[in-house]
Design a binder for this molecule. Structure first.
Ligand SMILES: NC(=O)c1ccc[n+]([C@@H]2O[C@H](COP(=O)([O-])OP(=O)(O)OC[C@H]3O[C@@H](n4cnc5c(N)ncnc54)[C@H](OP(=O)(O)O)[C@@H]3O)[C@@H](O)[C@H]2O)c1
Length: 352
């Protein structure tokens, strides 16, 4: 089976060369009967990176893109070798030849755009966060399930090899019981009242944009918190500029998480256990390196260079789910997305 093999075996050979020489432009279509024809809804920054990875993974194709701007649609389609481009999102959603649509618009539109695609019977991979709150996400999930369609939040970190390594180290009891977790993601976003970072109508703020990553890690490793304490600072536009979060768990462990769009943080994570700790190096949300440091000082470092840009693992996983007729990802099920979303709801409830 294609997806049971190590990822290196599924790479297009021309990209294996491309990895060694960044100056090559080795794109060459290699489509098969099993090729998944992806539609891209919104042609912005993240869609550009995602399509680079789509063209890297075997059996996936950037089939069609939709942008509200005709020139952007045409330029983006040409860059990523899409067969078709549209200036209306509905035209993309109604194309019968598309297998799955990737929603790459700002958070505030995820609900509307995902529902549009589900209504037209398309499977959906929706960029993180799934929506602005758990109530909307829950509606999207219920509708997808009712329609018998696949829906997953594009939390790409879940599928990266470093995350799998953390999960396996903890399952192997390498650091003993987890007592504390620290993770942060903060950067200085240029202040632009119209940009999606600071604009309330576009779903701006640090928690939904970057806080989701530390919250994801804590949820993956520690589950549902029993109490959440948060200090949330507001930007001039009313969105949360930063959030300092302390999560408590029934077994006594704690997590200290930080998000910001107003100042830089180290963008690292530490998982502290009774026998040692795991340090996830910068940038922890798409890390390639981590260290295992035992209490006696023994240190091992693990390195997982991305094969493309990090989206390749998520894409492969989604294709695996589709191939197996799954409506939810076993690694990122709806219940997990809702758990993370519930924490974000509660933290943002502290925004005065
Ligand atoms: N996984 C990751 O690492 C990662 C990183 C960054 C962002 N993201 C997520 O991806 C999503 C998009 O982020 P981005 O940085 O790519 O955003 P962006 O470049 O600012 O915008 C994405 C696209 O959304 C479309 N759009 C539709 N309605 C819009 C409106 N009213 N205002 C502005 N844009 C509108 C536009 O596409 P057209 O004009 O082409 O139609 C725009 O180019 C966000 O939800 C974000 O959380 C994920």
């Amino acid at each position: 089976m294609r997806f049971k093999q190590p990822l290196t075996k599924t790479l297009k050979p021309q990209f294996q060369d491309g990895l060694r020489n960044n100056h090559q432009n080795p794109f060459q279509k290699k489509l098969t009967m099993k090729t998944y024809r992806w539609g891209i809804l919104g042609a912005g920054k993240i869609a550009d990176k995602f399509c680079t990875a789509l063209n890297f993974v075997n059996d996936s194709q950037v089939f069609a893109i939709a942008s509200r701007d005709a020139i952007n649609a045409q330029t983006f389609a040409a860059k990523h070798h899409a067969d078709k481009f549209y200036t209306s999102y509905i035209d993309l959603a109604t194309n019968p030849n598309i297998n799955i649509i990737y929603i790459a618009t700002p958070h505030a539109f995820h609900y509307q755009h995902t529902m549009l695609c589900l209504q037209h019977r398309k499977h959906v991979l929706c960029e993180k966060p799934m929506s602005l709150n758990s109530r909307l996400s829950s509606e999207m999930m219920d509708f997808a399930t009712k329609q018998n369609l696949f829906l997953m939040e594009g939390l790409w970190t879940r599928f990266m090899p470093f995350t799998e390594k953390i999960v396996s180290l903890i399952a192997d009891d390498a650091i003993g019981a987890i007592k504390h977790l620290q993770a942060d993601f903060g950067f200085t976003a240029p202040f632009n009242i119209n940009g999606r970072m600071f604009n309330k109508a576009l779903g701006g703020g640090s928690v939904l944009d970057v806080g989701i990553y530390p919250i994801f890690l804590a949820t993956l490793l520690l589950g549902k918190p029993s109490a959440i304490h948060a200090v949330v600072n507001k930007a001039a536009t009313g969105v949360d500029e930063s959030a300092d979060m302390l999560l408590q768990y029934t077994n006594g462990s704690t997590a200290h998480l930080l998000s910001s769009i107003g100042f830089n943080t180290t963008i690292t994570a530490s998982i502290l256990g009774t026998k040692g700790r795991i340090e996830v190096h910068n940038p922890f949300f798409k890390a390639t390196d981590l260290s295992l440091i035992l209490n006696d000082g023994t240190t091992k470092t693990f390195s997982f260079p991305h094969l493309c840009n990090g989206f390749e693992y998520e894409i492969e996983h989604v294709m695996h789910c589709l191939e197996n007729g799954l409506l939810q990802s076993p690694k990122l099920p709806h219940s997990f997305t809702l758990q993370v979303s519930n924490i974000m709801d509660e933290v943002l409830g502290n925004l005065a």
